[in-house]
Design a protein around this ligand. Structure first.
Ligand SMILES: Nc1ncnc2c1ncn2[C@@H]1O[C@H](COP(=O)(O)OP(=O)(O)OP(=O)(O)O)[C@@H](O)[C@H]1O
Length: 397
């Protein structure tokens, strides 16, 4: 076996053991997209489970987002993987869960912002798929590159709670009783590709046909540039993310989880997306330059406030608003989240309407603009988990 394989396997084993990721006898659903990361994850977990006798019961869980020419092809890969790794496979589709495929969502809303829908739907779909299997732990193939990008994006957004969630190897939230973990958190994408290559793994390498998420692409490009001058940048960013996460009060990072958002949902589907160079970074840089220039036109004035105390306020001498006026909205008050059920679909949620249902409401309201026919049998016999979403068929026209 080439040393690169054994080193990779040993390091992944160390991550698993060091983080006490699994318990003996645990049933684990591997989020399997057919891509390189989750294929390598399935392969290596099978190897390590047998070699080190973890005692895990592994299965593959795939979400069919309903993207023709992309997900249907990658699911064929997952079906082959199920045979190759001798693991049961469960496939859950957006159409059965939500009454919408991503192809239909994109036809309705366009490509812009479609990753947000997909991310929110996928998170819930993975939970629902795991619940269907009676499994409480889902592992995903997120790697160090993905996490470094997410850290960078949340740093630029000033969103430390979400940054904290992205860096933790295990995430669980009050809004779901299903745990998530990322055993490849410290694995470079390059190592994963090499492992797949040397082990001749069968994976699907086409990227999603819908628009990439520009901001992630920009963060990725920035990290790639940093790597040229500092090769350890990716793991350094992951490490810095972990250190920053330690400063975030737990109730704040939990509140992010409870809001129904997650790193994937907030940033689109994740790592493969947005790998094109985005213009957002250029816009950001331009804005920063303008703001920097504006600083020189500012004068510090101390004003008396509330009679006694002195409050420093910055006023701008010439027109326009001061950069200090562009205060970020005050951090949201942290409300203790209580797990309940979504009024519409009954899914676990800390809100009265879960995020997926909110998005579906918007989609369904706009749907009558398209010519629609409802199939009576389908509506009557629907086993759709979300009963409020009628099984609609868009007529061929
Ligand atoms: N359709 C899906 N079904 C099941 N799991 C998924 C699906 N899409 C993504 N995942 C899980 O989320 C992880 C991150 O997904 P992402 O879209 O960022 O793709 P990626 O980093 O290219 O991973 P991969 O190479 O496995 O596709 C995947 O490794 C996989 O575990």
């Amino acid at each position: 076996m080439p040393p690169v394989l054994s080193i990779f396997e040993r390091e992944t084993h160390e991550t698993i053991v060091g983080s006490k990721l699994f318990q003996r006898g645990e049933r684990i659903a591997i989020g399997a997209s057919g891509g390189k990361d989750s294929t390598v994850l399935a392969s290596i977990l099978k190897t390590l489970n047998e070699r080190h006798d973890y005692g895990l019961d592994l299965c593959l869980l795939s979400i069919d987002e309903g993207i023709k020419g992309y997900r249907d092809d990658s699911l064929e890969t997952v079906k082959r993987n199920a045979v190759q790794y001798d693991m049961p496979l469960e496939i859950v589709g957006y159409d059965e869960l939500y009454g919408w495929t991503m192809d239909q969502v994109v036809a309705q809303i366009g490509k812009k912002g479609n990753c947000t829908y997909c991310g929110v739907f996928r998170r819930q779909a993975l939970d629902r798929g795991a619940a269907k299997l009676g499994i409480k732990h889902v592992v995903t193939g997120h790697n160090a590159d993905d996490i470094a990008e997410t850290v960078m994006m949340n740093l630029l957004r000033g969103d430390l709670p979400r940054l904290a969630r992205a860096t933790s190897i295990v995430t669980s939230s009050a809004a779901s009783d299903i745990k998530r973990s990322k055993p490849l958190k410290y694995a470079y994408e390059k190592e994963i590709v090499l492992y797949a290559y040397h082990k001749k793994l069968d994976y699907f390498s086409t990227e999603c046909i819908y628009s990439p998420e520009a901001f992630r692409g920009s963060a990725r490009a920035l990290i790639k540039d940093l790597e040229k001058i500092r090769p350890s940048s990716i793991l350094d960013i992951v490490k810095s993310g972990e250190d920053m996460a330690a400063l975030v009060p737990p109730e704040l990072s939990t509140a992010v989880a409870c809001s129904g958002d997650n790193e994937e949902a907030a940033t689109g589907c994740g790592s493969t997306n947005g790998r094109s160079s985005g213009g957002e970074m250029a816009v950001l840089e331009k804005r920063l330059a303008v703001e920097e220039a504006a600083q020189y036109r500012e004068t510090e004035i101390v004003l008396p406030a509330n009679g006694n105390s002195l409050v420093q306020e910055t006023l701008q001498v010439k027109g326009g608003s001061s950069i200090h006026d562009k205060k970020k909205p005050a951090r949201k008050k942290v409300v203790k989240q209580v797990m309940g059920r979504c009024d519409k679909c009954g899914y676990l949620s800390s809100q009265s309407i879960c995020k997926a249902c909110m998005l579906l409401d918007g989609l369904n309201k706009a749907r009558p603009t398209t010519e629609i026919t409802v199939s009576a049998e389908e509506e009557e016999g629907s086993t759709t988990l979300m009963r409020h979403v009628a099984a609609l068929e868009i007529s061929a026209s």
